[in-house]
Design a protein around this ligand. Sequence first.
Ligand code: HEM
Length: 432
Amino acid sequence: MTAAAPALDRLDITDVDLYHSRGYPWREWDRLRREAPVFWYERPGHTPFWAITRHQDILRISRASDVFRSTRRLRIYPEPLDSQIVQARLEEMQKVGMVESAPLSFIDMDEPEHSQYRRLISRFFTPRAMDRRTPLLRDVADRRVSLLERLLAESGPDGVEFVDTVAVHVPAIVLFEMLGVSEELYGKLLQEVDDAVRASTARARREDADRASFTIESSRVAQIMQAALEQRENAGPGSDCLLDVILRAEVGGQRVSPRQRLAMANMVLFAGLETTRNAIAGGVYTLLTQRDQLERLRSDPSRVDSATEEILRWISPVIHFARTAVEDFELGGTEIRAGEHVGMFYPSANRDEDVFEDPYRFDVAREPNDHLAFGGYGTHFCLGANLARWQIRETVRRLLPVLPGVELVGEPVWQGSLHVGGYANLRVRLAA
Ligand code: HEM
């Protein structure tokens, strides 16, 4: 540590404006991993929590889901937004007559309910399910990248917007097809999801949070999703899409309530779109700025699997998830008390020098690559991990012949919250 380094209690790892202007707080995370890997983070404007920055500690917390619960809080936001969200969740649960252990969607649940609900749709996300849809994905990736090529050929020095042309649509078209959302709702739903993400990002950076906007009724995305569910219901049985399975879902012999069905469909949508889009956009940005790695990959496309894992490690689109301890728990010599919150910072774990050799080197052939971009292998491990990997891989594979002839136009803009972030736009043009 240099003499000028601020005291640990002055480090800032939660100011999203800083993420926006300077990028992720890599230096701060590095220091916390070294000096205080389980660090009591208490700042004005924040509910205090333990900041968890090491790979091994995130693994332990994620696997101890009997102690570290999801129901109470899943994310950390600045106050007063944070308390308002926690309160709104509680009210939302009470409204549907839920006990605290069974809120609306399974990402917020604890065991045993969490697994009962997750199981309802998990077969859609297995490698076999992906194999069945590979022709569709290849076709979508091919169509979007062909469009990019055409637009690049027609465009001048201002180039083409990569995110809107490719990165948004590959995950969206495939996920909407899996869900069974009709084509007529595609554009509208995509626009509303985008608006909702932008609004929640803006809200997370503003003091005057609007409480009404946390309820499912207030969400325009939920309204369209409701229309999509109704369309499926009216179409009758016969198809095997996610919405049909959600419509028929039963737990313990009882049909899942309409609000929970809607919440489940909504959760899948939000969990799957922004994250994968950010991984694809971030991966392309990294390959275009680390040309030696692009060249290594292009000269040996069989590295696309390891390159996908490295993009996930490097970009880490999900920044944190939170949990609340319900019992005292000893972690790396520190006592976490019942009732206290923890925030797990996945990008920090993905630069942990105890796990990754030379962690600040982007290496398309890195092996092993035990990154935690999808979480710490607990019961909540990302349900869409196979889907996301497969989409990133096929998109990068299709882009490989195109990227060497392309360059960035200016620097991309980062957009996000403390929970999820990435490049919202990325202009590219044909290289001179
Ligand atoms: C690059 C893309 C993605 C990243 C980085 C990512 C990351 C994550 C992370 C970190 C978690 C929490 C894990 C934990 O708490 O241990 C999670 C959970 C989840 N993800 Fe993803 N995700 C991605 C794509 C997707 C996709 C494409 C879908 C589905 C369409 C999806 C659906 C979910 C669901 C449903 C959960 C909750 C699982 C549960 O609570 O059991 N994710 N994801």
